[in-house]
Design a binder for this molecule. Structure first.
Ligand code: SF4
Length: 64
């Protein structure tokens, strides 16, 4: 199948890299997830390697 308009961007679209809640702070390896602080759920957290490529259910499109 080679349908015109097929969604070929899906693979990385919900990774933490593209998430609005991810921040780069000093001395963080993969970045920090700010979702927790933004929602009053506790401090920011390091993004774990197992999550960074696939994101989580709170993923939000990064604002430019
Ligand atoms: S863990 Fe979830 S909310 Fe946090 S940066 Fe990754 S996708 Fe976004």
């Amino acid at each position: 199948m080679n349908m015109l308009g097929a969604d070929s961007t899906r693979t990385a679209s919900t990774a933490c890299w593209d998430c609005d809640f991810r921040r780069d702070f000093d001395n963080t390896f993969l970045g920090i997830c700010t979702w927790f602080e933004a929602h009053g759920k506790g401090p920011n957290k390091d993004i774990p390697p197992a999550l960074v490529e696939k994101g989580c259910k709170h993923w939000k499109k990064k604002q430019r």
